[in-house]
Write a protein that binds this ligand. Structure first.
Ligand code: SAM
Length: 481
């Protein structure tokens, strides 16, 4: 099914429409580069955050734009949208409604809408918000510099096409911002779950070539990055072409990444259970740098609901994969995604999800009440479960997982954890803050020199959102006496 509504969806093309106008002040060749400001508002997941930061890098290189956190200061205002769950369009229009006033006050200001809502609602955006200058999709953000030039001349630039891979080739070299970094390795989804909009807004699965990914990892490691998180909507569906021929899967990519000098930790998110291969389980057995934490969305514990969702596995298949994984990594902590109140979910179906949670044991979840996404098959399913009941189920599920997470934190007290030290703690600048393998924040007394290094920390207290610890092993210069 095609969800495009009247926009140019031709691969490899973009078009600009509208009246040619005078050059706004910000784009004038004589304007000092440092004075032009870019504001980006991001909705959605880590993939969207990643796209926003690459967009900022791109426009810094092409137009010298400097990022600001104040929309009133900005010459270019961009919103990077997400339509995975409800209210995406409403959130977008309320944000850009405020920007319309900023633009009235400063007519040179340019407004752009990107991301999944732009893919899906491009025509509606043009009709409802004619003051928007640029509309671009997740796969065309690399063309923003040309779109910005066109918009600067008074044209409206629209491109929500899916020109495969081109995006990755045109983005600037990565810049490290601390010891951890995201590296996007694949985009899109070809699973077509009945509830999900991603295949329509981001396109089908497409993997970056292996050599490009490794080159980016090596570049980041050379800049001091110690932990890499591979990103993709179904990151474990990665199949990257290799320079010398052949295709590399995620397990193999992890092995190569662990060999890059300086890389001590590897994470990946978000995965699909159908792609959770034996090769990946072997990687957990053999690659110590692959962290003992896995995010593996299950969505439901009811086979009937999983079939209606078109997930392609049963609850027992999921449980069995986790059992195999724990054979090689007994201490692995797990997080998952759940959709509660999918159309037709009975009390018995929901209890099956609760049983799965009890059997597997989770450390965290991204769990939401089902929201119908326009154009997806499930949006047409009859849905008789009252919303209040769905909310009550969600609250029960989240409370259960919070209990499990609290028990896990409490069990960590007294243990020594390897922590990647990131930055001074927000609450106490005499302390440093870092993360354990299972992604918990730990605060402990240490000198700022420890930033960017691994340290062994004994956990002394479990708080609701973090842990407290004491340094047991670190380079002498980094200890706080
Ligand atoms: N690899 C993941 C998987 O296995 O499904 C895909 C992640 S998906 C992009 C992000 C999450 O958003 C999903 O896991 C799901 O829990 C949630 N989600 C997607 N569509 C939804 C909908 N219509 N209503 C509620 N939650 C939804």
């Amino acid at each position: 099914m095609c969800l495009f509504t009247g926009l140019s969806a031709r691969a490899g093309h973009w078009h600009a429409a509208g009246q040619a106008g005078s050059l706004p002040g910000w784009i004038h060749a004589d304007a000092p580069l440092m004075s032009r400001k870019l504001y980006i508002r991001t909705f959605g997941c880590q993939m969207n955050e990643y796209d926003s930061s690459r967009t900022a890098d791109l426009l810094a290189r092409s137009h010298g734009l400097q990022r600001t956190h104040d929309p009133a200061q900005a010459d270019v205002l961009l919103v990077n949208t997400c339509s995975v769950r409800e209210k995406a369009a409403e959130k977008l229009f309320s944000e850009i409604g405020r920007w319309k006033e900023l633009k009235s006050a400063r007519p040179g200001v340019l407004i752009g809408v990107g991301g999944c809502v732009a893919s899906q609602e491009g025509a509606a955006i043009q009709a409802r918000a004619p003051y928007v200058d640029m509309v671009y999709g997740p796969q065309t953000l690399h063309r923003l510099p040309q779109m910005l030039d066109a918009a600067g001349r008074g044209a409206r630039a629209v491109d929500v096409s899916f020109p495969e891979i081109e995006k990755f080739d045109r983005l600037p070299e990565p810049r490290a911002e601390g010891p951890t970094a995201f590296v996007s390795i694949m985009e899109g989804c070809s699973k077509y779950c009945s509830f999900c909009v991603v295949p329509y807004t981001r396109g089908e699965e497409f993997s970056r070539p292996f050599d490009d990914v490794i080159a980016e990892v090596a570049e980041l490691a050379a800049q001091g990055v110690r932990e890499i998180t591979f990103l993709g909507q179904n990151v474990n569906a990665y199949r990257g072409a290799m320079h010398g021929g052949g295709v590399c899967d995620l397990a193999e990519l992890i092995r190569f990444t662990a060999e890059v000098d300086g890389i001590g930790r590897i994470r990946f998110t978000t995965s699909h259970p159908r792609e959770f291969s034996d090769a990946l389980i072997e990687a957990y057995a053999e690659v110590p740098a692959l962290v003992s934490h896995l995010h593996l969305p299950v969505q439901s514990g009811s086979d009937r609901i999983l079939a209606r969702m078109k997930r392609g596995y049963r609850a027992q298949d999921y449980i069995e994969r986790i059992r195999r994984l724990r054979e090689v990594r007994a201490d692995i902590s797990l997080s998952s995604d759940f959709i509660v109140g999918f159309p037709g979910e009975s009390d018995a179906d929901f209890e099956a999800s609760m049983r799965l949670i009890d059997e597997v044991g989770f450390d965290n979840s991204f769990s939401f009440v089902y929201s119908p996404r326009p154009g997806t098959p499930a949006a047409a399913y009859a849905d008789e479960v009252p919303f209040v009941r769905k909310k009550a189920r969600l609250a029960r599920l989240q409370a259960r997982i919070a209990e499990q997470a609290a028990a896990l934190s409490a069990a960590m007290v007294g243990s020594v954890q390897r922590v990647l030290v990131e930055k001074p703690s927000r609450k106490d600048p005499r302390q440093m803050s870092g993360r354990t393998e299972n992604n918990r924040v730990v605060n402990f007394d240490a000198a700022p020199a420890l930033g960017g290094q691994f340290a062994d920390v004994r956990i002394i207290e479990a708080l609701p959102n973090s842990l407290r610890g004491v340094l047991v092993d670190a380079p002498a210069a980094a200890r706080r006496m």
